[in-house]
Write a protein that binds this ligand. Structure first.
Ligand SMILES: *Cc1c(COP(=O)(O)O)cnc(C)c1O
Length: 260
């Protein structure tokens, strides 16, 4: 549910139907560590319904709603597995025999004494309310849309953006912007790779913004921008885009220089 690199979502229902067809009953786990923002989006009802197919879900609240580090949550359908897990740990070296079982939180958590994760989350929701987080997620979607609308010239997106991280290639000036990256020849791919590497290097050197870059499945290096920040205003997004095109112009006109 929201892969880290490409931020794509698996077709859960289709996969589930295959299990049904072969009468297989696997443990279905949703890794929504990064993608969990969808539970606070306009499509929340859809994702909640989809989640009824899973046995467990992981959510990283320190990622998509910026809870203070760390704030991971594991949800399970059958609570008894948690009790079994904790009992199975049998950590005599961690738990003294005279520990009061009734009051010891360590014995009720998978994280030993780090039960504070849940407290952080409770406090955040108590203080801000659910609506605040829904608005935040809505804002991230708007950030993403604004960025994509502005950043459309000479750019090919790795996959159609679904979430808050945006992966893209800048295409060299002498080339046409094609439908997909596989439409380019090997020599062209090499040039796209070099251009994006040079752009990325320049961004790192300038220190103007923090972004990622990725090599994926022998494709050219692509640039990944993540827009999950509530204070990201339209002005800042425009500034980012103007900056990126400035780098594109300077690097594109002398790619060799930046590759040294
Ligand atoms: C970040 C991430 C993880 C790892 O989570 P941590 O809580 O940072 O260890 C796992 N899965 C996905 C999809 C992630 O984005």
């Amino acid at each position: 549910m929201g892969s880290t690199t490409l931020r794509t979502f698996d077709p859960v229902e289709k996969i589930w139907k295959i299990f049904q067809e072969f009468a297989i009953k696997p443990w279905i786990h949703f890794d929504a560590a990064w993608g969990g923002g969808v539970y606070f989006s306009e499509d929340a009802a859809f994702y909640r319904k989809l989640s009824s197919l899973s046995d467990s879900i992981v959510l990283d609240f320190h990622k998509f709603i910026s809870a203070p580090l760390l704030c991971s949550v594991l949800l399970v359908k059958d609570k008894s597995v948690l009790v079994d897990e904790v009992t199975a740990l049998n950590g005599n070296y961690l738990f003294t025999s005279n520990q009061n079982i009734k009051y010891s939180l360590s014995l009720k958590s998978l994280q030993c004494s780090r039960e504070a994760y849940a407290f952080k989350l409770w406090l955040m929701f108590k203080h801000h309310g659910l609506e605040h987080f829904q608005n935040l997620i809505q804002k991230y979607y708007e950030n993403q849309e604004e960025l994509i609308n502005k950043l459309s010239d000479r750019v090919l997106y790795v996959v159609e953006p679904q979430y808050f991280n945006v992966g893209l290639w800048f295409i060299p000036k002498e080339m046409e912007v094609k439908e997909t990256i596989t439409d380019y020849t090997a020599a062209e791919i090499e040039k796209i790779d070099q251009l994006n590497l040079a752009i990325y290097d320049q961004i790192v050197k300038d220190g103007f913004m923090k972004i990622n870059s990725y090599h994926f499945n022998n494709l050219p290096l692509f640039i990944r921008i993540i827009v999950d920040h509530g204070n990201l205003t339209t002005d800042i997004i425009y500034e980012i885009v103007a900056y990126l095109y400035k780098i594109y112009e300077s690097v594109g006109s002398s790619p060799c220089k930046s590759l040294i």
